[in-house]
Design a binder for this molecule. Structure first.
Ligand code: DAK
Length: 261
């Protein structure tokens, strides 16, 4: 895999994806989005990987879509760029493995939208968040108008989007945009600990939980509960369910030793 702007590392059951274009604060250009697509595909196909961490190199997670690339786009190019971004973010959101965003610094615009396409967000005390698009004459275009309101509620989402102001990690935690905040030097270590805890549980059950939550949140409660019953039933076709319950009844635990089958 020949990547210029992303580093992909694998440690046991965990994949660590580092956006690595620090000179431009890891701004998302078409090339980086295409590389992210390739990396997600690789992780999708690698059955040894059970959890993913995404972070940024340098002082930024992602400072948004690449303004220098977007500046002179015509309508067709803008649409193409938008389709690519939405495709990649949706692929990440639907990846059947849990994804943790470890937000080390600026998490702005398309960067905040990328973080919201992940399952869990943890941040460094140095991280800054915002949707600055309206200050540039555009609306959020990689899902920000939809995912932010679902995550933090309409009031907080509208305030962030309409004002285009940045908030710090404490405020992001207060409104529920991030789950936890850590000192910068411990962020990746904490992300790996969280990823390991998740990866040690039954991977199929984690995957099916993600599917049920993501699908269910889009619909009414009765339909959502039918998704839940469906995935719950599917668990009983797995070896992990049989062996996990058997281990419990024999006063043992399978945590860390599930087969992913
Ligand atoms: N794009 C391109 N380059 C960027 C960038 C960005 N988003 N953000 C920073 N850089 C570059 C800077 O231009 C600078 O480059 P040089 O001058 O060194 O060549 C370098 O990174 C370092 O930045 P600064 O010198 O500005 O660093 P500071 O620490 O002083 O300031 C900052 C950091 C994050 C506050 C500042 O860089 C900043 O405000 N950056 C822009 C943040 C922003 O507005 N981001 C939102 C972008 S809009 C679409 C879908 C989605 C989107 C668009 C279309 N479609 C559906 C079509 C998404 C839009 C966005 O994300």
């Amino acid at each position: 895999m020949n990547l210029k702007n992303i580093i992909l590392e694998k440690e046991g059951k965990i994949a660590l994806v580092t956006l690595n274009r620090p000179k431009a604060l890891n701004a998302l250009n078409s090339e980086t989005l295409q590389e992210l697509d390739i990396v997600i595909e690789d992780i999708e196909k690698d059955s040894s990987i059970c959890a993913v961490i995404i972070t940024g190199a340098g002082k930024s997670f992602v400072a948004g879509a690449d303004i220098s690339e977007m500046k002179d786009m015509n309508v067709i190019e803008g649409r193409k760029f938008g389709i690519l971004g939405n495709k990649v973010f949706r692929r990440l959101e639907n990846l059947e493995k849990p994804v943790i965003a470890a937000l080390n610094g600026f998490t702005l615009g398309g960067g905040c939208e990328l973080a919201m396409s992940c399952d869990i967000r943890i941040a460094s005390t140095k991280a800054k968040f915002g949707q600055p698009e309206v200050g540039l004459g555009i609306t959020p275009g990689f899902g920000g108008t939809q995912r932010l309101a679902r995550l933090v509620g309409m009031g907080a989402a509208k305030e962030l989007i309409y004002t285009a102001k940045m908030i710090d990690a404490t405020e992001a935690y207060r409104i529920g945009l991030v789950n936890k905040v850590f000192e910068p030097e411990t962020l990746i270590e904490e992300a790996k600990a969280l990823a390991t805890t998740i990866a040690n549980n039954a991977p199929v059950a984690v995957k099916l939980s993600k599917v049920a939550i993501n699908k269910g949140i889009q619909t009414d409660i009765d339909t959502a509960l039918s998704y839940e019953s469906e995935v719950f039933g599917t668990c009983f076709s797995t070896e992990d369910q049989k062996e996990g319950m058997d281990a419990f009844l024999n006063k043992k635990s399978l945590v860390g030793n599930f087969k992913n089958k």
